[in-house]
Design a protein around this ligand. Structure first.
Ligand code: ATP
Ligand code: MG
Length: 394
């Protein structure tokens, strides 16, 4: 016997606007949805006339399925739905049954029905679908009344070529484009609030992501690294398994502290981070670096400092948060579920050997002069060679 399944209608956002490339984007998006649901035996997804129909075994909680679908980039919204035969009386019967459940679950008292008729061969026109189905639901559900202006619940009846579908809520997804349709980038991932948001924003535009994390063990603890792994795990809920490169920066930091001016420490360290990240990116097919920097937030993120940091790499450096205010970044972090982990108080390699008065308006020539006391190439090579790789699963 066929396994009983629940239906979910998944709508795509920008993918629908993609013109000639639409089939490609649709193909990637459906693969992403299938992969997000592959933990449920028997789950299936298919496109029919611009909507994705997802069916998942009925014993899987609705919230779980919705949670997984809305985390797939490219998904605009999801609705749990029921299907009815294309007959107005049957539609009314199924809609009433559906509404009865909604009343039991949410105590809904008022409603209206919105009829839609994509299949013009269906004899009843849209407004009339609304009226007739509304009447049948009212008759069956004695506690309900109609409110066309501010109903507790809008029931949509969508009559399409292949069947009639009834649903209420649209649960919003994050939108964006399917992961993997826009190259691959390497996020410099700290344990802070910003870098996870930066990674999320680039991934939302379709970019696959690998991560690099620098630590200064034993000055930074293993617990601090675990925090970063927890953050990446949240991101993996949106992106699938993430490969993270882990590098001990301490040998470089010690050299800098020994041989360079104290007020330039942070900047010099950041230049090394960029150089190392670029090499890892090249080795792993990443075409861009991504950081969580934004303008003016801290001493190492003044316009001058960003220029000096950028000088050491050829690769484009994406800073998706550059013009955002901190409060907005914090809101975004809450929305995507990284905030509570980020605010746990663990040390970062940037806070080890922090200068008392860091330079805020560095001059490239001065920084280069300070760096000439170091064997940059060997330090970078040793760091890259010592990388450890952690695969972080959702
Ligand atoms: P975040 O909240 O992302 O830590 P921040 O405001 O604390 O950012 P900084 O600590 O100056 O700012 O770091 C700026 C950026 O440098 C980070 O967003 C991140 O991309 C990168 N970065 C900082 N520390 C590390 C680290 N330990 N490993 C990898 N990248 C780092
Ligand atoms: Mg930080």
């Amino acid at each position: 016997m066929d396994q009983e399944k629940k239906l979910y209608i998944v709508r795509c956002g920008e993918v629908a606007l993609k013109g000639m490339n639409k089939p490609y984007f649709e193909r990637v998006l459906i693969e992403r949805v299938r992969s997000a649901l592959k933990c449920y035996d028997g789950a299936e997804a298919k496109w029919i006339d611009g909507l994705m129909f997802v069916r998942v075994p009925a014993d899987v909680p609705e919230d779980e399925v919705i949670g997984k679908c809305v985390r797939v980039f490219g998904v605009a919204s999801v609705s749990p739905a029921v299907e009815a035969p294309k007959d107005i009386n049957e539609i009314g019967r199924v809609a009433a049954e559906f509404m009865q459940k909604v009343i039991e679950q949410d105590g809904v008292r008022t409603f209206k029905v919105k009829g839609k008729r994509a299949d013009k061969s269906f004899a009843v026109e849209s407004p009339e679908i609304g009226r007739q189905v509304g009447g049948m639901v009212l008759k069956a559900c004695k506690t309900l009344s109609v409110d066309v202006h501010r109903p507790d619940c809008v029931l949509t009846v969508d009559v399409r070529r292949e069947g009639a579908y009834i649903f209420r809520d649209k649960i919003r997804g994050f939108g964006g484009l399917p992961l993997g349709t826009n190259g691959k980038g390497l996020i410099l991932m700290s344990g802070g609030i910003d870098s996870p948001v930066a990674a999320f924003m680039m991934a939302k535009r379709g970019m696959s992501i690998e991560a690099v994390h620098f630590h200064s063990y034993p000055y930074t603890s293993q617990r601090a690294q675990r925090k970063v792994e927890e953050l990446v795990k949240v991101l993996a809920g949106y992106m699938g398994t993430v490969k993270m490169h882990v590098i001990n920066l301490l040998p470089i930091q010690e050299e800098i502290v020994k041989k360079c001016p104290e007020d330039e420490t942070t900047l010099l360290v950041r230049r090394f981070m960029m150089r190392i990240a670029e090499q890892i990116a090249v080795k792993n097919g990443c075409m861009m670096l991504i950081t969580g920097e934004d303008l003016g937030q801290v001493a190492s993120q003044t316009a001058e400092a960003l220029v000096v940091t950028d000088k050491v790499v050829q690769m484009p450096v994406m800073r998706p948060l550059i013009a955002m205010d901190k409060v907005d970044i914090m809101d975004k972090a809450r929305e995507i579920g990284t905030y509570d982990i980020s605010i746990q108080p663990y040390e970062d390699c940037c806070t080890v050997f922090l200068p008392k008065h860091p330079v805020t308006k560095p001059k490239p020539e001065r920084i280069e002069k300070s760096e000439s006391a170091l064997d940059v190439e060997t330090l970078v090579k040793n760091a890259v060679d010592s990388e450890e790789i952690v695969e972080i699963r959702p």
